[in-house]
Write a protein that binds this ligand. Structure first.
Ligand SMILES: [Zn+2]
Length: 372
């Protein structure tokens, strides 16, 4: 992708990386030709986060977070590229040129197109509420999150009035060759932490595959549910999809996929510990293990809620959600007491711990030995 190079260069010059990072509350101190700090993206007691002010880049030897001032803002706040650009432009009083390269503008235009769809064409709320109530969400009327059903007829009407919309709705996948793939789906907008819409997630009402359909956006960079997450929650529960979030009533975020990505883990810098509650099938267990690895590498404590096979949190609205266990105890529970199983368990633990700081490895190895 090519961006408006001069503008981006000016933006970076006007926003000194050390100042921006300090403003985010990271305490930088000089160490030789660089500046170092405790990494804001993973928990640590000795600084492995370094900033090269001259080159305008940062790098963490602990979690490999790296980038320039724009990346820092994106990852620290969970912003899209465009939002980070806007944030820095505002911070430094630089005006965004109206004739920006279309590739840079894209992110903004798409968000605008999506907000438009949500505002104008999200009707049939009764049908959406009806669906949610049938899934056990009795409080569907009062949900703070926005959801609805894309009204195909109305969308078509709007498109004759605003034909320029048509192009980008096709681009992002709200329309496909003049059809509405999101028709007959309950649609949940995906917002960044700062309330900019980046995509739509649509759950079929009629058992049409795929069960969930998404507009084109980098799903693995975002969580769904920031807007509904209760501020008093210290340990968020990470689940697969929006319905699981609704089932957990303000305590959860959805990863919109089968495992937690590095980009997502970095956005959890306010939390020391997280709980994983992915589906109880084979794929869910694999995703849980992959997520544990990523989260440990970002310095999180991880517990796991082990759901019965074939269940997800949304199936358990009225039932009891089991108590979370430390990830290592959860993992042990997947193996029986035969020698072969114990060896398998030991091997998997070894793989998970590989590359973690030695003391942390020792702490987990001690627990693994106790329960072997
Ligand atoms: Zn780090």
């Amino acid at each position: 992708m090519t961006y408006h190079f001069d503008f981006i260069t000016a933006l970076k010059e006007a926003n000194k990386i050390d100042e921006v990072i300090t403003e985010a509350g990271v305490k930088l101190r000089k160490a030789g030709s660089e500046m170092v700090a405790l990494c804001p993206f993973h928990n640590e007691t000795r600084p492995s986060f370094s900033v090269d002010v001259g080159r305008g880049v940062y790098y963490c030897h602990g979690c490999q977070a790296s980038g320039d001032v724009i990346t820092f803002i994106q990852e620290y706040h969970g912003y899209s590229f465009w939002e980070a650009v806007e944030h820095l432009a505002k911070r430094s009083g630089i005006e965004i040129p109206p004739n920006l390269d279309p590739n840079l503008r894209r992110g903004f235009v798409f968000a605008d197109g999506l907000s438009y769809v949500i505002r104008e064409c999200f009707t049939a709320r009764d049908r959406a509420v009806g669906y949610l109530i049938s899934r056990g969400f009795q409080n569907a009327h009062s949900l703070v999150i926005r959801y609805g059903i894309v009204d195909g007829k109305r969308l078509n009407g709007e498109l004759t009035r605003r034909p320029e919309l048509s192009w980008y709705l096709e681009e992002i996948g709200v329309r496909y060759k003049g059809h509405e793939p999101f028709a007959d789906r309950v649609v949940f907008p995906v917002y960044t932490r700062s309330n900019v819409v980046v995509g739509l997630a649509g759950r079929t009402l009629k058992n049409i595959e795929p069960k969930w359909l998404y507009t084109r956006f980098e799903k693995t960079r975002f969580f769904w549910g920031w807007q509904g997450l209760r501020p008093d929650i210290k340990t968020p529960i990470l689940v697969e999809g929006p319905l699981d979030v609704l089932a957990l009533d303000g305590r959860a975020l959805a990863i919109l996929g089968s495992y937690v990505s590095g980009a997502q883990a970095k956005q959890l810098h306010n939390y020391e510990e997280v709980i994983l509650a992915l589906d109880g099938d084979e794929a869910g267990r694999k995703g849980t293990l992959a997520s544990v690895k990523t989260l440990l590498r970002h310095g999180k404590f991880v517990r796991v809620i082990s759901l019965p096979s074939g269940k997800d949190p949304a199936d358990m609205v009225s039932g009891e959600i089991p108590e979370p266990q430390d990830w290592i105890v959860w993992l042990r529970g997947l193996y029986d007491d035969t020698l072969t199983s114990r060896v398998k368990f030991a091997n998997v633990v070894g793989g998970v711990l590989k590359g973690l700081p030695p003391l942390l490895q020792m702490a987990y190895e001690k627990t693994a030995k106790e329960i072997l």
